[in-house]
Design a binder for this molecule. Structure first.
Ligand SMILES: Nc1ncnc2c1ncn2[C@@H]1O[C@H](COP(=O)(O)OP(=O)(O)O)[C@@H](O)[C@H]1O
Ligand SMILES: [Mg+2]
Length: 254
């Protein structure tokens, strides 16, 4: 499998993991890349946001457990985005850290990138979908808000990933975090961005960020990426810059 696998992961909810998975894949499709997105959150919001019926389609449970050929729903520009729907009742019972990694072996060389939308759960003693996802990944990225709760959570996330890399054979590299839902001209944002730019983890901060924009809600309700529906909206421009930076980071990481 030639695809690079990226988990969109952080234990915090509501920070745009799902929206970012949809729109980063939308940009990749636009530039002619083939991308697979996997809904790995039992809330199934990625499926909803891509207008895919999580209950009736071939879904992530089939992907993990069944031997039948993998089926996708195609979306985005040139139908370059293939979606594997989520499953509301999926449980981690009978799954282990290697389950998704094994299932991904069923995928040939059809994709350039695979994006996994993770649920908001910390990696702790109970096996969660986020943990299974990162063990199937080459890279991890996280969207962040600029309130103290999120920034505090980010520190524990980086420490946890580091610990797993050192002691638990986690191969995925943490590429970093980006601000989303940004109100650009606020003091809070400017301060958080500046502080992180000057911090010891500044190399993990994406220079690009995504501004808050009402069209996101419309796009989610219409079941396609904002990027596909309105290529020149501010949020589409932002996701284009962010995706470009992501691809550059991956290229420079080998
Ligand atoms: N750029 C944006 N501008 C405004 N609202 C946004 C933006 N990105 C996401 N949202 C909204 O933020 C909420 C949380 O986003 P979501 O992608 O569901 O986060 P998560 O997957 O991390 O829980 C959603 O209601 C979504 O519509
Ligand atoms: Mg989500």
């Amino acid at each position: 499998m030639k695809a690079k696998v990226i988990s969109i992961f952080t234990q915090k909810g509501g920070v745009t993991k799902t929206t970012s998975t949809i729109n980063i894949s939308g940009v990749m499709a636009e530039i002619g890349l083939k991308v697979l997105v996997i809904d790995f959150d039992t809330q199934c919001h990625l499926s909803l946001g891509y207008g895919v019926d999580a209950e009736n389609e071939y879904n992530v449970e089939d992907f993990l457990k069944s031997v039948e050929p993998v089926r996708y729903v195609n979306k985005g520009k040139g139908e370059n985005v293939s979606v594997i729907a989520g499953k509301l009742t999926l449980s981690t019972k009978n799954l282990n850290r290697q389950s998704l990694k094994k299932a991904l072996k069923k995928i040939g060389d059809d994709f350039d990138y695979i994006l996994i939308d993770c649920p908001p759960k910390p990696i702790n003693d109970d096996l969660g979908f986020g943990e299974i996802a990162v063990y199937a990944s080459d890279y991890i990225i996280s969207p962040v808000d600029y309130d103290a709760f999120t920034l505090d959570g980010l520190t524990s996330l980086i420490i946890k990933i580091n610990e797993l890399q050192t002691n638990e054979e986690l191969k995925a590299k943490y590429l970093g975090f980006f601000f989303a839902k940004v109100e650009e001209n606020t003091k809070d944002f400017k301060e958080a961005y500046r502080e992180l730019s000057e911090s010891p983890i500044s190399d993990m901060l994406f220079k690009s960020y995504v501004r808050k924009n009402a069209f996101i809600r419309t796009s989610i309700n219409l079941g396609e990426s904002a990027v596909f529906l309105k290529p020149y909206s501010p949020v589409s421009m932002d996701y284009r810059k962010l995706t470009d930076e992501l691809i550059q980071k991956i290229k420079s990481n080998g």
